[in-house]
Design a protein around this ligand. Sequence first.
Ligand code: 13P
Length: 243
Amino acid sequence: MRKLWIAGNWKMNMGGREGIELLKEMRNSLSGSKVDVGIAPPFTLIPHASEILADSGILLGAQNMFYEEKGAFTGEISPSFLLDFGVNFVIIGHSERRKIFGEDEELIKKKVKKALDVGLLCILCVGETLEERERGETKEVVKRQVLSALEGLPSLKGLTIAYEPVWAIGTGKVATPEQACEVHAFIRELIKEDIRILYGGSVKPENARGLLEKEEIDGALVGGASLKVSSFSEIVRIAEEVW
Ligand code: 13P
């Protein structure tokens, strides 16, 4: 079994002083976990997080980055800025970035390549909308997203994929373990590599066990429930039990 990874995506929450307190609480509660644990706070917290999480074993993540090193790219964040603060992983291609910020497959491909080139772990997010699922297009969409993002990569070392059905994100409607497993197995078949495939979309302490017990599911990318120490550490505890 691949080592489980529970990663928290704080999205655009807790990016100010309250986030510093939350990071300290997370550190106290989650240091030395048996499974991999990661937190991706907003960019404004990364310098603080790099100090607060140092030597805790908790991986520090960014929610996005650009694929160039430096220059006239107003508002963007370079991978080398992230590396400077000891960031370990970056989330690329989240459905919110695809939908709200118009990130297309070409851009996502460049970002994935850059992240892996500079030695960041990369969580590539893929997943279908409700309409696509209802039209029976789930596998087609996921296949296109995965293959286009990985096209031309010499190696998948450092890559993790997160299957995040868009209809399950922030809606409270979690995919059943069977629905998730079907897509995870499909992705595994597609890439034929031993990388981790996480599930994301309304993961909570109440549904985490059913998902994490499945052989095909190597961890979770957690949004809302990663904003409270109690719920996030409960999910981590469940992962430790299951692993
Ligand atoms: P929720 O857990 O809030 O549904 O968010 C999932 C997600 O988008 C993680 O990246």
